[in-house]
Ligand binder design. Sequence first.
Ligand code: ARG
Length: 399
Amino acid sequence: MKKKIVLAYSGGLDTSVLVRILSADYGYDVIACHVDVGEAKDPEQLRARALKAGAVALEVASAREEFARDFCLPALSANALYEGVYPLSAALSRPLIAKHLVAAARKHGAVAVAHGATGKGNDQVRFDLAVKGLAPDLAIVAPQRERNISRDEAIAYAQQHGIEIPATRKSPFSVDENLWGRSIEGGVLEDPAAAPPEEAFAWTKSWRDAPAEPRLLSIRFDGGVPVEVDEQGGTVAELIARAGAIAGEHGVGRIDLVEDRVVGIKSREVYECPAATALIAAHRDLERFTTLAMTLRVKAFLDQRFAELIYEGFWFSPLRGALQAFNAESEKSVTGTVTVQLFKGSLQVVGRTSPYGLYNHGLATYGREDRFDHRAAEGFIQLVGLQLGEWGRRAGKPA
Ligand code: ARG
């Protein structure tokens, strides 16, 4: 009997070719596993394509809400932006896909899992580390990493072996999409000096085509979790999708970043993450409004580590769990509503309200209602500057 392997299957040309390579050259029975993180492909079409390519079975996991709840929300709590810019959309989906690969491997008694990631990207690191963290007994096979199959070779192989070549218009870019964002790489984008062409974008309007009037968008949070977008409730995935549609309509969420890959390469990456951009901006603002400064300072450091950890593929690590536990505690007061203004590619927070807001008008105002004890400031500065005064008197004299 042949050994079984579970392959992460997108339904595209590359992973269809991998089905055949894994069964013909590597000698496995291949179970194709498609995890829907927001693209919603037709399962029957996927099944037909996978079986035609030589798979013995297809597993489809509808993981949209799971992705939203268990991956996007923790990232939102951490205001997670890699290198301060990238909301980690692709990075967040890999551990979820790996989790479903492992589940399918257990269900079918497979000895290995496979993915189509290349040897120079981050995704291979994320898939491999996630599988190690969850199921260290499973072998990991990455034929694309071993063989570096070009696009033309994949097409030739598909034609030779009667594998269906998807009719979708061949994009000049490598695209990865999910609820949290869309990443676009390759082609003319490899010149970091050249502006991304308009055709690279699908979810965000150019500022030129965006509405001529600014749009206010309100986002309500309860304990750090978005519960209403534009004054309407819904599931987490629905709220994320709604925020993304509205922000994208106004050209918000385009990102152009020369980023540091795990393998040491600097690469030019283009993203459109309208939902993540709007939600993180609103969340971060409400957090500032409702959280003690001392907590915010520690959290800013931990948030940066969280983003790096996710980028580097350590989702299934005890540190990620510990950081999430910290956030669960610090987020308790992050309840309230933030209003952002969207206008021709720009996003600005323009207002916030919260029952836990730490802003006290009596303390902050320069007007008549001022309740702040001005004289207390004098004593405060005296003590805080005590040592500096001593230093100034002795060593700090001008020459
Ligand atoms: N650079 C991004 C990341 O590492 C995007 C990767 C997208 N992956 C892809 N196969 N196109 O998270």
